[in-house]
Design a protein around this ligand. Structure first.
Ligand code: ADP
Length: 379
C-alpha cells in the first residue's frame, strides 16, 4: 500500500513546533508530495527562528520514516529572512548529519568580500567538488558532466557525480539507474554505483514532476542534503551537475557548495554564449574559479562519412574564452553517437572508450585534473 498525504499529516500532527503548536497548525508546511513510498516536503520558517526548528525538522523526518509504507523521506528546512530583519545567528557546522543549513535571501558577497569557501566546511573524504554549469538548458550540460566524470575516472581518479539539476534531473536517464538509494548504519544515503562512479540524483528520490516545482530555497536545502547526507566515501572529485541558468537558486548553490572550480558548457550560438558569460560572472561573484569553457555541439559530424559542418558557427566559445581569459577546454561535436549513447544510459566514454568522442572528453578531463592537482594531492 502506498503512503497517503493524510498519513503523513497525521504523523506530523503529533509533533510540536518550538512554540508548542502542532506542526500541522503552525502554517509552515509546503504541499506534501507522497507517492510510491517517497515523501518530500519542506518546512518554511522565518530565518531568525531557523535554529530552533532544526530539531523539529529531524523529528518530522523520523516520524514520517516510521510510517510502514514509507521508503524515502526528505524534509527540507527553508528559511526566508523578512525584509529589514536582523541576520540569523551563525549556523552550526554543515557536517552535522540531519541538520539543515538555511538559505536566507541575502545578496552574495560583493567584491573584496570573504570567499564563500572560507565559511564552508568540506565534505569529509571528498578532495574536490566541481560544478558543471550552463547558462540555459538543453546545451548538453548533463551529458558533458557525466562524460567528464567518466574521463576523470579513466585518468585513475575516484569520482562521484551529483545531479543537482533539480528542475529536470537527467542522470537517471543518462545512467539507466532508477533504484532508490539505501541508508547506511548512520542513516546516510548510499550513492548508487555504475561505471565505477558513485552517483546521486534527486531523480532517485522524487518524481520528475515534483522536482519541477521546487523553488530556490528548497533547491538549496535539497542539494545540501544530497551533498551532506550521502555516504560519498573517499573521492578525488565530485562532479556536480548544476541546474541550468544563472538565477537566484544557482547563485545560492554556487555560494554554498564548497566548490573548487566550475566548468561552463555552451553551444557556439551567440545566445548561448551570452548565457555562458552570465555563468562566468556568477562564479566570479562568489569567488569560484572557472576551470574553463567547453563548446558542446561545436560542429556537426556526419555519422556516415565523418564530414564536419559548422552549423552553429563553430569556434564562438573558444573566442569567448580567450576574451574572458579563462581556459578553453575543448570542442565536442554534435554527433548521433553521443546522443544515442546518452539517451540509452550508456555514455559514450564508457560504451565507446576507444572512439574519438571518448578521447575528446578524456582530454577535457585531463585539463580539469591538471587544474585540480594541488587540491587532490593535498587531500
Ligand atoms: P542539458 O543538461 O544542458 O539540459 P543534456 O545533456 O540533457 O542537456 O542534453 C540534451 C540533449 O542533447 C540530450 O538528448 C543529449 O543526448 C543531447 N546531446 C548533448 N550533447 C550532445 C552532442 N554533443 N551531440 C549530440 N547530442 C547531444
Amino acid at each position: 500500500m502506498s503512503v497517503t498525504q493524510q498519513q503523513v499529516l497525521d504523523s506530523l500532527a503529533r509533533i510540536k513546533s518550538p512554540r508548542g503548536v502542532p506542526l500541522t497548525n503552525a502554517n509552515v508546511l509546503s504541499p506534501i508530495s507522497a507517492s510510491d513510498g517517497k515523501v518530500f516536503f519542506s518546512i518554511n520558517v522565518d530565518a531568525a527562528e531557523a535554529r530552533a526548528w532544526e530539531s523539529v525538522r529531524a523529528e518530522a523526518e523520523a516520524a514520517v520514516r516510521g510510517i510502514p509504507s514509507v521508503t524515502t523521506v526528505m524534509v527540507a528546512l527553508t528559511a526566508e529572512r523578512k525584509p529589514g530583519a536582523a541576520p540569523p545567528p551563525p549556523q552550526p557546522s554543515r557536517g552535522t548529519p540531519g541538520v539543515q543549513p538555511v538559505h536566507a535571501h541575502k545578496p552574495p558577497p560583493q567584491g573584496g568580500a570573504q570567499s564563500p569557501m572560507a565559511r564552508q566546511s568540506e565534505i569529509p573524504g571528498v578532495a574536490a567538488v566541481i560544478a558543471v554549469a550552463s547558462g540555459k538548458g538543453g546545451v548538453g550540460k548533463s551529458t558533458t558532466a557525466l562524460n567528464l566524470a567518466l574521463g576523470l575516472r579513466d585518468l585513475g581518479l575516484k569520482v562521484g557525480l551529483l545531479d543537482a539539476d533539480i528542475y529536470g534531473p537527467s542522470v537517471p536517464r543518462l545512467t539507466g539507474l532508477h533504484e532508490k538509494p539505501e541508508l547506511d548504519g548512520e542513516r546516510k544515503m548510499i550513492p548508487l554505483r555504475r561505471f565505477g562512479l558513485a552517483i546521486m540524483s534527486i531523480g532517485f528520490l522524487v518524481e520528475e514532476e515534483t522536482a519541477m516545482i521546487w523553488r530556490g530555497p528548497m533547491v538549496m536545502s535539497a542539494v545540501t542534503q544530497m551533498l551532506r547526507d550521502v555516504a560519498w566515501g573517499t573521492l578525488d572529485v565530485l562532479v556536480v551537475d548544476m541546474p541550468p541558468g544563472t538565477g537566484d537558486a544557482q547563485l545560492t548553490l554556487a555560494q554554498n557548495v564548497p566548490l573548487k572550480g566550475a566548468v561552463i558548457v555552451s553551444t557556439p550560438q551567440d545566445l548561448s554564449l551570452i548565457d555562458a558569460r552570465r555563468g562566468l560572472a556568477m562564479f566570479k561573484k562568489v569567488n569560484v574559479p572557472v576551470l574553463g569553457i567547453v563548446e558542446n555541439m561545436s560542429y556537426f559530424q556526419c555519422p556516415h562519412c565523418g564530414t564536419k559542418s559548422d552549423i552553429f558557427g563553430h569556434g564562438g566559445a573558444r573566442h569567448e574564452a580567450e576574451k574572458l581569459q579563462v581556459p578553453f577546454l575543448g570542442e565536442i561535436p554534435l554527433h548521433m553517437a553521443i546522443r544515442a549513447t546518452s539517451d540509452a544510459g550508456n555514455p559514450v566514454v564508457d560504451s565507446e572508450p576507444d572512439g574519438p568522442h571518448a578521447a575528446i572528453y578524456r582530454a577535457i578531463a585531463g585539463q580539469v585534473r591538471d587544474q585540480l592537482k594541488g587540491v587532490i594531492a593535498a587531500a
